[in-house]
Design a protein around this ligand. Structure first.
Ligand SMILES: [Fe+2]
Length: 319
């Protein structure tokens, strides 16, 4: 019988240790091989829709605070995570109250779902209202204050990316972004422009991609994260495709809309956060008459940098 001492294959070998370490540093060595330590399999990123978290965030009874879309247990991550590199939260801020945030991230992307208010960060003040998007430097303390009515924000960071490497957020002034504010009216003007100009079928959709002065050369919003306001006219289908980046999306508007992910239908719900797993074939479908809008955050920058985005149009498999 094969056992640890007499395995049939290197795949069955237990972890190996040095035979006669002379120092503590030598004793810390461990050895695996192509059979048991290569092509490591971790729990897959699930095709998930978070609806309880937005329901709680939009409930007037919920106090000021953050609600994370955290499935770290399912992902076998030792830190809060929506996907291995991305963490999405909802923040409810009661009228006249403030929420202090100090994310251990390189940058913070926030979208105002309801209400209006202001954010103070890095010595700058911005006044936002529902429909606005803003970016804050990671490692900078921020104070978010709601105005005359309660406000709800959707806040996405790369906290899991830093936690994975046990890194700390950049020192003051060293983050890869400044404070950047995109007003809702300007976002819609830019989307209208995309439709005025039009596109060919070889372009993956009509999404507005957010960038900023400091990240203009990368065409991203942050080195790792990308942010896009995707749109889908009534009756339209976004052509099936796949990419190696994960997508964490906020459904802003989309009656009778759904996605098909690896052949499986996933119905949308307003203000839900959805996960489109990496590599999965996905298409988005608008069965209604109104333009659908969904804000997509991806860990795309890391794949662009690694030259490994793996984008391709693809056919949906049978469910
Ligand atoms: Fe996609």
């Amino acid at each position: 019988m094969p056992d640890d001492a007499h395995p049939l294959s290197i795949a069955e070998m237990p972890v190996q240790r040095p035979a006669s370490p002379a120092t503590a540093a030598e004793a810390r060595g461990r050895f695996f091989n192509t059979g048991n330590g290569f092509n490591v399999q971790l729990p897959a990123v699930p095709d998930r829709i978070f609806t309880d978290e937005p329901m709680r965030a939009l409930d007037p009874a919920t106090p000021t605070g953050l609600i994370a879309c955290d499935i770290s247990g399912e992902l076998a991550c030792a830190f809060p995570a929506t996907t291995p590199l991305v963490l999405a939260h909802y923040a409810r801020i009661r009228s006249g109250e403030s929420l202090e945030t100090d994310f251990n991230a390189s940058g913070v992307i926030a979208y105002a779902i309801t209400g209006s208010g202001g954010t103070r960060c890095s010595g700058e003040d911005i006044a936002w209202k529902a429909g606005d998007l803003f970016v804050l430097p990671g490692g900078a303390h921020a104070t978010h204050t709601a105005g005359d009515s309660d406000a709800v924000l959707w806040i996405v960071t790369n906290e899991p990316q830093l936690a994975f490497e046990n890194l700390r957020a950049p020192a003051s002034g060293k983050a890869p972004t400044d404070v950047v504010h995109y007003r809702g009216g300007e976002i819609m003007r830019q989307i209208d422009l995309l439709y005025d100009v039009g596109r060919g079928e070889n372009i993956a959709g009509s999404a507005l991609i957010f960038s900023a002065q400091r990240q203009e050369a990368t065409r991203n919003i942050l080195p790792t994260l990308t942010a896009a306001m995707n749109s889908l006219p009534g009756g339209a289908v976004q052509r099936p495709h796949r990419h190696n980046s994960v997508a964490v999306s906020l459904i802003i508007k989309g009656e009778r809309c759904f996605s098909v992910i690896d052949g499986k239908r996933k119905d949308w719900a307003q203000w839900a956060t959805t996960i489109t797993p990496p590599v999965a074939v996905h298409s988005h479908h608008n069965g209604g008459n109104e333009m659908a809008l969904f804000l997509i955050i991806q860990d795309g920058g890391i794949y662009y940098h690694a030259r490994a985005m793996g984008f391709e149009f693809a056919e949906q498999p049978d469910a």
